[in-house]
Write a protein that binds this ligand. Structure first.
Ligand code: FES
Ligand code: FE2
Length: 466
């Protein structure tokens, strides 16, 4: 190993790096895809009660969930005045609505009389009239009408508009923040927004949306999608075509981090199998790991002599995606057509980079239960070059006992992966509570981002508790 080459660092897996794989690719990648910062965040164990203690969860709600920007829905879900969707987290409920001036409002979904939720289903309304006693607000949150107003002299000269959360948008996503003194959204997602300029998320649409309840803390859920250490044991079927142990992890600032895992090249765990390019391609066709490959196969035919599986798969993706949406992908890099390029924005969001259909994840507590979380999985497709903008699909909700197979729209590859992950997560939650030494450990490099997730929670709780 050459210690002078930054691609070979003593704290990395000794096989080739993601950078090395990019160097062999058929087209250059943008500079920002090369190795970024990977600070040493330490190696101490983390107390297990962070995943289930009601007291700590309460602090997390108050100092994290009530303070951070979080995406609530897509703009294309509320294209017309009065369109609204409900966003719920930690027991709060917001109506995200398109107001008459075309702005987007996030109204607290609580009647100011005796507290009934104003709406329980998404829809389109020009007023939110409480079903209990009939008091109504306009769809910009201003007060409209009180049929029992004679008995409310206390409201006579009051502004009784619905309270609102802060709203901002990026890439077609609507973000909310419960804290009116919160720093701007760009302080939280700035690096992501810069790196994603060419992927044009604003001109993508929500083609698939599945949200599933899982019996584990929201952080257990998030962490299962932030590292590739578990691939060899939990997802062995993808080893022929996924470079897992030599994934690249970068931590840009307090909020934005990423993981890049190359596809179309085998895992270092199976180098000894000497898979041929055709073996790799056949494995990709058999088990699609990403939205990019989903439903597209890629396993047909034999890879021509002298062509790598990665180059072959990337070209197949360019051709098939171009045929599907009419855009020209001929200059797009192999990496941006194929790879698992997962950006995370602290605390609970992940957006896949690249030109192919992008996955977006969101992890939330399920109400105020520290032992239950919700994972949203979205597939964003590019709006076709010609023709109308496709409509966003509604959220497909799966309960704790509903398998991912109940959401065939995800495609067999993703479903297989998620089912394998779900096979672990409830038992992680149970195991944490049963711990004998009271701590968990993180890998120094591959799980650096998970450590950062916890460090940031601590920082927010400390800042909020002074
Ligand atoms: S609770 Fe809403 S009008 Fe009474
Ligand atoms: Fe997994």
């Amino acid at each position: 190993m050459d210690g002078s080459n930054p691609a070979y660092r003593p704290d990395r897996h000794p096989s080739e790096s993601y950078d090395d794989i990019l160097n062999r690719d058929t087209r250059p990648v943008p500079d920002h895809m090369r190795q970024g910062p990977a600070p040493d965040l330490g190696g101490e164990g983390i107390a297990v009660d962070r995943y289930f203690s009601p007291e700590l969860f309460k602090k997390e709600v108050e100092h994290v969930w009530m303070k951070v920007w979080q995406w609530a829905c897509r703009e294309e879900e509320i294209p017309d005045v009065g369109d609204y969707v409900i966003y719920e987290v930690v027991g709060k409920s917001l109506i995200i609505v398109r107001a008459p001036d075309n702005s987007i409002k996030a109204l607290y979904n609580t009647c100011l009389h005796r507290g009934r939720k104003l709406v329980t289903l998404n829809g389109c309304k020009n007023e939110f009239r409480c079903p209990y006693h009939g008091i109504a607000w306009n769809n910009d949150g201003s007060f409209k009408d009180n049929p029992i107003g004679w008995d409310f002299p206390q409201w006579k000269d009051e502004d009784i508009g619905l309270p609102q959360a802060k709203v901002d948008t990026w890439g077609g996503f609507v973000f909310i923040n419960f804290d009116h003194n919160a720093p701007p959204l760009m302080d939280q997602i700035g690096v992501l927004a810069k790196h994603f300029e060419s992927y044009d998320y604003a001109n993508r649409y929500k083609a698939v949306h599945v949200a599933k309840v899982v019996r584990c803390n929201w952080k257990v859920l998030a962490e299962a999608f932030m590292e590739s250490h578990h691939t060899v044991t939990t997802h062995p079927q993808i080893l022929p075509f996924l470079a897992d142990a030599n994934s690249q992890y970068d931590l840009f600032d307090d909020f934005v981090s990423r993981q890049f895992s190359a596809q179309g090249v085998p895992s270092p765990f199976v180098y000894d199998k000497n898979y041929t390019a055709s073996d790799i391609i056949n494995a990709m066709g058999g088990v699609a790991t990403s939205a990019q490959n989903m439903g597209r196969g890629g396993g047909e035919g034999v890879v021509p002599e002298g062509v790598s599986a990665r180059a072959f798969a990337a070209e197949a993706a360019r051709q098939s995606l171009g045929a599907e949406d009419g855009w020209d992908y001929s200059n797009c890099s192999d990496a941006e057509m194929l790879d698992a390029l997962l950006y995370n924005v602290w605390p609970n969001m992940s957006f896949w980079a690249g030109f192919s259909p992008n996955l977006v994840y969101r992890w939330r507590p399920n109400g105020l239960d520290p032992d239950s979380g919700i994972m949203d999985v979205i597939i964003m497709k590019r709006v076709p070059k010609t023709g109308p903008r496709p409509k966003a699909v509604p959220m497909h909700e799966l309960g704790a006992d509903d398998p991912w197979t109940d959401a065939p729209e995800l495609g067999a590859g993703l479903i297989g992966i998620f089912e394998q992950d779900m096979g672990n997560l409830p038992y992680v939650q149970e195991g944490l509570k049963a711990s004998g030494n009271g701590v968990v450990q993180f890998g120094r490099y591959t799980e650096m981002r998970i450590r950062k997730l916890h460090q940031m929670i601590d920082r927010y709780i400390a800042a909020g508790s002074v």
